[in-house]
Design a protein around this ligand. Structure first.
Ligand SMILES: Cc1ncc(COP(=O)(O)O)c(C=O)c1O
Length: 397
């Protein structure tokens, strides 16, 4: 039977690349079926659970027969107030939970939908390279153009704002920033945020700061919010999430905070696409945000121990990397001047069963790098690093 020529996906789908982790998952299933003990250090998925009192709150709320209906778009009042409380406690930033905040089904959808709500066809979105893929795919789906801002080691993985050409700045509608950064683990000083805000005010574009890693920090470092800077609410929104901050990735719950006009646009767009999160998820999240935070100290200590194991081992395997002060990633340059990160990561997986994410998955500036995720139990991290050292020795001999 011949198939009608119109029976095919929309042309805009061509700008969506195949999802890297889908292909990787299939490969890992095959290797495991063949008996290989694969250690995954590729995805940024926390392995640890949230504190028991948060899970108890979820169960209690789910036991209430009246908690199973549709929820208000953008979250319940208590969920929104809890995030406003978090912003006050953590950053000293006052947020109006009615107008300056909207709940999300995880920050990924908010990041993508922000572009849909804000970018016109032909507008430019300024996007870090390497960077989280939805900054680019959201802008492209909205019909925008993407101008990539390279993040280079010599500039501490901050974009060089002075290198953006004037005609690009004229057409810029949205700038994505993300600190603490995925995939590089870099942090941004407040002066960098101030410089970006001055540029956004001068050229009339919105800064969307994606900040899901502010609560995972080490060695006494405290990560700021961009909204702490003077004038930030005029040109900034910030995305946050329960996923990494509270080990709740599967719960799919986050927030966008900041400029009221941008928040309203996102809210309007979202209310045409989805509905509010499940009430028990919102209730437990509200408790997590407002209750005792001390369990996060021990959680971060576990990530720090893993970070040290990884950074030491990679260096002794001849790879260059910074010791990150935040987030759950070590960004490392391949040994011996190797440039093909996909081929190298493939070889590592095939020969010693350790999976890392090739740098070019995050953009062309990731060439010659791999991202090592710390969301794996510590003893498995140690085992993986022993294997990486063996892999290196085998290559040399
Ligand atoms: C930079 C960044 N932003 C956003 C997200 C999405 O997080 P979630 O949708 O779970 O809130 C991630 C997840 O890996 C991330 O690394």
């Amino acid at each position: 039977m011949t198939i009608h020529p119109k029976l095919k996906p929309a042309e805009r789908m061509a700008s969506l690349p195949p999802y890297f982790f889908h292909g990787l998952n299939q490969k890992i299933v095959r290797l495991r079926a063949a008996g290989v003990d694969v250690i995954r250090m590729d995805m940024g998925s926390p392995d640890l659970p949230p504190a028991p009192f948060i899970v108890e709150a979820l169960k209690r709320s789910a036991d209430d027969p009246t908690h199973h209906g549709y929820m208000p778009f953008g979250g319940t009042p208590s969920y929104r107030e809890a995030w406003a409380h978090f912003y006050g406690r953590r950053f000293g930033v006052e947020i109006d939970p009615q107008t300056e905040l909207v709940g999300l089904l995880g920050s990924k959808e908010g990041v993508f939908n922000m572009a849909m709500a804000y970018v016109n066809p032909g507008d430019v979105a300024l996007v870090p390279d390497p960077g989280y893929a939805p900054y680019t795919t959201g802008a492209l789906m909205a019909g925008g153009e993407v101008w990539l801002m390279p993040l280079r080691a010599e500039n501490n993985f901050l974009p060089d704002l002075r290198a953006i050409p004037p005609d690009v700045l004229r057409r810029a509608k949205l700038m994505w920033l993300n600190y603490p950064n995925n995939p590089t683990g870099a942090i941004a000083p407040p002066e960098f945020f101030a410089e970006a805000i001055a540029l956004a005010r001068a050229h009339g574009f919105l800064i969307a700061h994606d900040a899901p890693y502010t609560e995972i920090t080490f060695d006494g470092y405290t990560a700021p919010s961009i909204l702490q800077l003077p004038g930030a609410k005029e040109v900034c929104v910030e995305f946050h999430s329960m996923s990494k901050a509270y080990n709740m990735g599967g719960w799919r719950v986050g927030v966008a905070v900041g400029n009221a006009d941008a928040i309203r646009a996102l809210h309007t767009f979202k209310s045409n696409v989805d509905a509010g999160s499940f009430q028990p998820v919102l209730d437990a999240s509200a408790l997590a945000l407002t209750a005792d935070q001390s369990w996060l100290i021990e959680r971060n200590e576990q990530y720090r121990a893993r970070r040290d194991i990884v950074a030491d081992a990679l260096r002794s395997a001849g790879m260059r990397c910074e010791t990150p002060r935040a987030a759950i990633y070590v960004w490392a340059q391949l040994p011996g001047g190797e440039a093909d990160d996909r081929e190298w990561a493939d070889r590592l997986l095939e020969s010693v069963g350790v999976s890392m994410t090739p740098g070019t998955v995050f953009g062309s500036q990731g060439k010659g790098f791999v991202r090592v995720s710390l969301g794996t139990p510590t003893e498995r991290v140690a085992e993986a690093m022993e294997r990486v050292k063996r892999f290196r020795v085998r290559l040399r001999s």
